[in-house]
Design a protein. Structure first.
Length: 256
């Protein structure tokens, strides 16, 4: 595999950004071949290097013959923040246009584009797939922060006021807003919108399990096809390394 540590000036963010990109070696000899591409999002305490440092994602990319794009979005919750930093637009709009320009082997076809992530990145991946169904055909969410309005997040209130709402009195006030994944699912369903192929996993010892189960139940209630599994594991890289493979197996075996 070819591994690129790149920086470029983001028009939307008005700054240089760091991105890691993995491209199949075949690209050098097959310049016209297009590869399915995984936009892979990091969690709250990490950056674009987390997936490379903590997992065997480069080896998995070779095994599945896919390209992988790993951006850095700080602690933004993949949101266009009130401070004027449009991280969500960056990953969903700019990045998905810029990367295929830099790497011509990266496919832009909806059925070839996967968005995935863990924890905060799992939230961002689901949010991206539901908000931009024209771009992302599949989604992998591992230990995802499905419930942005959980009262267990009150410790983040001060930080979140700068991201979501300066007048936020409680994180629970985000329930029912455009940031609420449960709202996005219902809106997509009511519009008759195409849903992505979804793989959702959470460990049985993960504090985020309850919100994953409730999200799964909502999808079931609406009749939205998805793969949901709970197994041994907690909120650590050991399990995300294992289940990114499970997710890719599921998505790529049903996305031919």
């Amino acid at each position: 595999m070819a591994f690129f540590e790149m920086q470029y000036y983001s028009t939307l963010l008005e700054r240089h950004v760091s991105i890691n990109v993995i491209i199949p070696d075949r690209a050098k000899d097959h310049p016209d071949e297009k590869y399915k591409t995984l936009y892979l999002f990091h969690g709250l305490g990490d950056n674009h290097a987390g997936w490379v440092r903590q997992t065997s994602i480069e080896r998995y990319a070779e095994e599945f013959n896919i390209a992988v794009v790993m951006p850095a979005v700080e602690r933004s919750w993949y949101t266009d923040t009130l401070g004027g930093i449009p991280y969500f637009s960056f990953v969903c709009k700019e990045l998905t246009e810029v990367i295929p320009n830099f790497f011509r082997n990266v496919s832009t076809k909806r059925e070839d584009v996967i968005v995935g992530g863990l924890s905060m990145g799992g939230y961002g991946a689901v949010k991206a797939a539901l908000t931009h169904p024209d771009k992302f055909g599949s989604c992998i969410a591992l230990s995802a922060s499905m419930d942005i309005a959980s009262p267990h997040r009150e410790n983040l209130l001060t930080e979140w006021r700068a991201i979501f709402d300066r007048e936020l009195e409680s994180v629970t006030n985000l329930r029912g807003t455009q940031h609420d994944l449960y709202v996005l699912v219902r809106e997509a369903y009511e519009k008759g919108q195409a849903f992505p192929k979804m793989f959702i996993w959470c460990g049985e010892s993960d504090d985020l399990l309850d919100s994953s189960i409730r999200f799964h139940n909502l999808l079931d209630e609406l009749g939205v096809p998805h793969n949901f599994s709970v197994s041994e594991g907690n909120h650590t890289w050991k399990w995300w390394d294992r289940h990114i493979v499970s997710g890719l197996h599921y998505i790529l075996s049903t996305n031919n």
